[in-house]
Design a protein around this ligand. Structure first.
Ligand code: SF4
Ligand code: MG
Length: 320
């Protein structure tokens, strides 16, 4: 079966002028050649520290940002070259759930107006809209009587449910969720994650789940891509990433999450230095300035993402 989404060598470089008297322009290499697929019905997670390019990748797939180069295919169709009308029809199939349910809901709009906004844009009749709003409130576990209230009357978790209801309004195939639980209390986080999982099963949804939080990622994802400084360094099934991480960066990230089983000991790997600037990334392997295993060739030769085990891709010279 062909993947629902395929991303090929996607790049986003934001130009920056160094100073008005300086002739040489540079660019922030926010995303630098990322490729992956998302299979129908799965949850594909993009994980990495803030600034690694995961949100920028999600926004390009959402068509909120245009790529500097590379391709995005939806159901086999390249979407960045579509005409406006065709794009609007394809765009219906993906929706986004944002990090901050406080900021992403208009405080002056009633819940029913917020949820039905996408329906209004697609010219649904009033009666149809009302029916759909009631359905959607029910699907996300909210009371129908909430339709006439305003966002400030709700808790963070309830607001995120409203955000999810709005995202579902047009029956999308793909939901891009960018840090959807990061602003919520830990106890509420699992409720929203469980809701997303239930909805996936009921509605056959596909998720691109973006998070810096490895525990959240482990809870929700089927496959995980690990990003560092705009590039994918490892991509594998969730169990392989968590049980047998191969890239030194993935190993370091995972060593920082607490293990519930006290009999299992894991050494915390502390990385030296800070993340370099994406405007001036290191040569060769972008991780070489912080990698405990860095070798001579890591400074000059960029490691390509290659298969090291069944379904596990790693970009590291240790596996050449
Ligand atoms: Fe470390 Fe070299 Fe592998 Fe990069 S390629 S992760 S620097 S060992
Ligand atoms: Mg982000």
């Amino acid at each position: 079966a062909k993947p629902l989404v395929e991303v090929k060598d996607l790049k986003k470089h934001f130009p920056v002028q160094k100073g008005w008297f300086e002739k040489n322009k540079s660019a922030i290499q926010a995303v630098n050649g990322v490729s992956f697929t998302i299979e129908e019905g799965e949850t594909f997670g993009l994980v990495g520290e803030s600034g690694c390019g995961k949100s920028t990748t999600g926004r390009m797939i959402m068509n909120l940002l245009s790529p500097s180069s590379g391709n995005i295919y939806f159901d086999g169709q390249e979407i960045s070259s579509l005409s406006d009308t065709n794009l609007r029809n394809v765009r219906k199939n993906f929706q986004m759930v944002f990090q901050d349910p406080y900021a992403s809901l208009n405080p002056r709009m009633k819940v029913k107006e917020i949820i039905s906004e996408p329906l209004t844009i697609h010219k649904y009749e009033k009666v149809q809209k009302e029916k759909r709003v009631n359905e959607l409130l029910d699907i996300v576990g909210l009371n129908k009587n909430y339709a006439d209230r305003y966002p400030h009357e709700f808790s963070g978790g309830q607001r995120q449910r409203i955000g999810v209801a709005r995202a579902l309004a047009l029956n999308p195939k793909l939901i891009i969720a960018d840090e959807p639980v990061s602003a919520l209390d830990v106890s509420i986080q699992s409720q929203i994650l469980n809701l997303l999982q239930d909805l996936q099963e009921e509605l056959g949804l596909t998720y691109l789940f973006i998070s810096h939080d490895l525990s959240v990622m482990e809870h929700i994802s089927d496959r995980v891509g690990v990003m560092y400084l705009g590039e994918l360094v490892e991509l594998a099934g969730k169990d392989m990433i968590y049980d047998h991480p191969k890239h030194p960066y993935t190993q370091a990230l995972l060593s920082s999450i607490p293990i519930p089983d006290p009999t299992v000991k894991r050494e915390r790997i502390i990385l030296k230095g800070d993340i370099p600037s994406p405007a001036n990334p290191p040569s060769g392997c972008r991780f070489h300035t912080r990698c405990p295993y860095a070798m001579e060739k890591c400074m000059t030769e960029k490691p390509r993402l290659k298969r090291v085990a069944d379904g596990q891709l790693v970009a590291c010279h240790l596996y050449d």
